[in-house]
Ligand binder design. Structure first.
Ligand SMILES: Nc1ncnc2c1ncn2[C@@H]1O[C@H](COP(=O)(O)OP(=O)(O)O)[C@@H](O)[C@H]1O
Ligand SMILES: [Mg+2]
Length: 369
């Protein structure tokens, strides 16, 4: 597969490692192909190695081992300004003593673009982010959102083949952040440029990306489309980091092909998808999304059936989250659309509930860290 796709790959990390102190590997063994034109997000908790990976691609950090290819060419020795990469950071990094137009002209003049071409390209980049009217302003005369748009335009103005963004919306408030997410996504679709985007915000990653690489402790845990990450997490870390998740600990009884039987601490048995399990007798964690759990009459056709005691209702407008005590745990959540909620249901009620085998995944036990 890798061979037939050769021409579609823009960036390859091959066995890339990074240590700052010569002892601890911050990036452990990064192997990653980034396709031309895709929007790829590196998602993970703080300290998982996302920025370090991005900085190696940009050329501001050097890998301790392995190599990075850009357009099929090893770039380990190529300085940042020769990589044809645009960058956007959280803190904008605009030149405060330059106007918007001068900020945008800068990357072009250092590349030796002629004066008349510069004027034309600056105007086009300003149009892309709808800031034509503010060309003469200084950064301090603009809002955070406007400054970030300028930073975006500056990263795109020299028409790089690749744009890297490191938490570019982190300093903006929620509403503006969501607006800018859509703006960046649409800009990517229009321009067809390859984007590598870093965030610790899973909602942002799912909204914007073609593919997401989930980082944890310097390693990619899973790389997949947003939908696949959410529906088919490959391990307990991904299942818990992305979206909401009910977790039940148990012990593997047996495995038959893609399915397995898991025994819970009180002796109940659950049939589940055997996604990441060891040998019979070993610990596993079961993962079920709250919207996949059926309660009352809806549960009668389910493969796995339990009962639970209603502990709390949490109203969220269009849906309700019902917290239940199930299998000895008091943090089991069911997500119900308002229209499906039985109005007679009350705290303290014991109700039947269940889910289908294809919606419960047996994963590795979560280790406390
Ligand atoms: N220049 C540096 N020198 C030493 N350690 C660093 C440096 N940059 C990052 N680190 C360490 O590397 C780890 C990963 O950092 P980073 O790549 O910034 O993670 P992320 O972007 O996922 O939050 C952290 O533990 C951080 O303290
Ligand atoms: Mg970072």
């Amino acid at each position: 597969m890798a061979e037939t796709q050769g021409n579609d790959i823009l960036v390859s990390f091959r066995g890339v490692q990074k240590s700052y102190d010569g002892e601890n590997l911050i990036v452990k063994d990064l192997n990653l192909d980034i396709r031309k034109g895709e929007f790829l997000t590196l998602l993970g908790p703080s300290g998982s190695g996302k920025t370090t990976s991005l900085m190696m691609l940009a050329g501001f950090e050097t890998p301790t081992a392995g190599e990075i290819l850009l357009g099929g060419r090893a770039i380990n020795k190529l300085p940042p300004h020769k990589r044809d990469i645009g960058m956007v950071f959280q803190n904008y990094a605009l030149f405060p003593h330059m106007t918007v137009a001068e900020n945008l002209a800068f990357p072009l003049s250092v590349r030796g673009v002629s004066k008349s071409d510069i004027a034309e390209r600056v105007a086009r980049a300003l149009g892309m982010v709808q800031l034509e009217a503010l060309a003469g302003r200084y950064p301090a005369q603009m809002s955070g959102g406007q400054q970030q748009r300028v930073a975006l335009a500056r990263a795109l103005v020299f028409e790089p083949q690749l744009v890297l963004m490191d938490e570019p919306l982190g300093a903006l408030d929620k509403q503006l952040r969501e607006h800018m997410q859509m703006e960046i996504k649409h800009l990517h679709q229009r321009l067809g440029v390859t984007v590598v985007y870093v965030t610790h915000d899973q909602g942002e990653a799912l909204t914007m990306s073609d593919r997401v690489a989930v980082f944890h402790q310097g390693e990619i845990q899973q790389i997949a489309s947003p939908r696949q990450l959410y529906e088919e997490p490959c391990n307990a870390f991904v299942a818990n980091f992305i979206g909401e998740n009910n977790r039940i600990n148990g012990r593997l009884v047996s495995q038959t092909g893609e399915r397995c039987v898991v025994e819970l601490p009180r002796g109940e048995q659950v049939e589940a998808l055997a996604v990441r399990v060891g040998q019979p007798g070993e610990q596993v964690s079961l993962s079920v999304r709250p919207e996949r759990v059926r309660i009352n009459g809806h549960s009668s056709a389910c493969d796995n059936r339990f009962s639970g005691r209603v502990a709390e209702f949490i109203y969220l407008g269009d849906h309700v989250r019902v917290r239940l005590e199930v299998a000895g745990q008091n943090n089991f959540f069911v997500k119900q659309p308002i229209a499906e909620l039985d109005p007679a249901l009350a705290v303290g009620d014991v109700v039947p509930l269940g889910w289908q085998v294809e919606h419960v995944r047996a994963l590795d036990p979560l280790t406390a860290e």
